[in-house]
Ligand binder design. Structure first.
Ligand code: DX5
Ligand code: ZN
Length: 233
């Protein structure tokens, strides 16, 4: 397992960029991951879908296990599943660097997050566009990452929702109140045009699927997003 960096130790003025393999050419996944690593990706974002929490299926622990250690990139695993309790152990064993659970999913999330941390992984919570940010409060002193969905989860290639910056800045306020080093990662519709709005609202990590792995020139795609993010800080 490769450790996810901590925002407090991150170079000032740098926004982390996490390409999502959901949009990658799966027949050439290894090659594409290497290209993303060479292009300066900070870590990989791995979307896990169960067909219940979202109307789609994607990857499982076997994917994370295959990637673990391959290109030296940490794997930020985003669990879009109804019952995260069923999947914590398999993803820990597979080599996930962090596990992010949706606050809209079922179970004793606090207990599950503590379990993730006890195994040495970073833990996070994710919030859908219509969920009030105050629902994050019970987890604020425990988590390492908050993942704000800037699209309705389930599919790559959707448009960044105009309501997202307000939700991102409300989450930034919560993180500031904790005084803890918590990543504010934004997921959905991020590209060189929308990155700026997310960063200005308070994001310090951006997931990008279609805008990185959906492009033929991964290096250029990533550096365009990075340039847009960094001129917005
Ligand atoms: C959507 C996923 C995202 C997705 C983002 O439910 O959580 O991580 O891969 O893809 P883009 O960047 O194409 O919107
Ligand atoms: Zn995601």
């Amino acid at each position: 397992m490769i450790t996810l960096p901590v925002p407090a130790k991150y170079p000032a003025g740098k926004t982390a960029i996490a390409p999502s393999i959901l949009s990658a050419d799966l027949l050439n996944l290894g090659e594409k991951i290497k290209q993303a690593q060479e292009a300066g990706a900070d870590w990989l974002h791995i979307d896990i879908m169960d067909g219940l929490f979202v109307p789609n299926l994607s990857f499982g622990p076997a994917t994370v296990k295959a990637i673990d250690g391959f290109a030296g990139l940490a794997q930020d695993v985003h669990l879009m599943v109804e019952n995260p309790a069923d999947f914590i152990e398999p993803f820990i064993k597979a080599g996930a660097s962090s596990l992010t659970l949706h606050i809209e999913s079922k179970g004793d999330l606090k207990k599950l997050l503590e379990d993730v941390k006890a195994h040495g992984l970073k833990c996070g919570v994710s919030i859908k566009p219509d969920t009030p940010v105050k629902e994050l409060m019970p987890f604020a002193d425990l988590i390492d990452l908050i993942l704000v969905m800037s699209v309705y989860p389930g599919f790559g290639g959707q448009k960044f929702l105009p309501s997202s910056p307000a939700q991102i800045s409300a989450v930034r306020d919560i993180i500031t109140q904790t005084g803890r080093p918590v990543w504010l990662e934004v997921d959905g519709g991020i590209n060189a045009e929308t990155a700026s709005a997310a960063v200005k609202a308070g994001a310090d990590a951006l997931v990008a699927g279609n805008a990185v792995f959906g492009q033929s020139d991964i290096k250029k795609a990533l550096s365009d997003i990075r340039a847009a993010a960094e001129t917005s800080i």
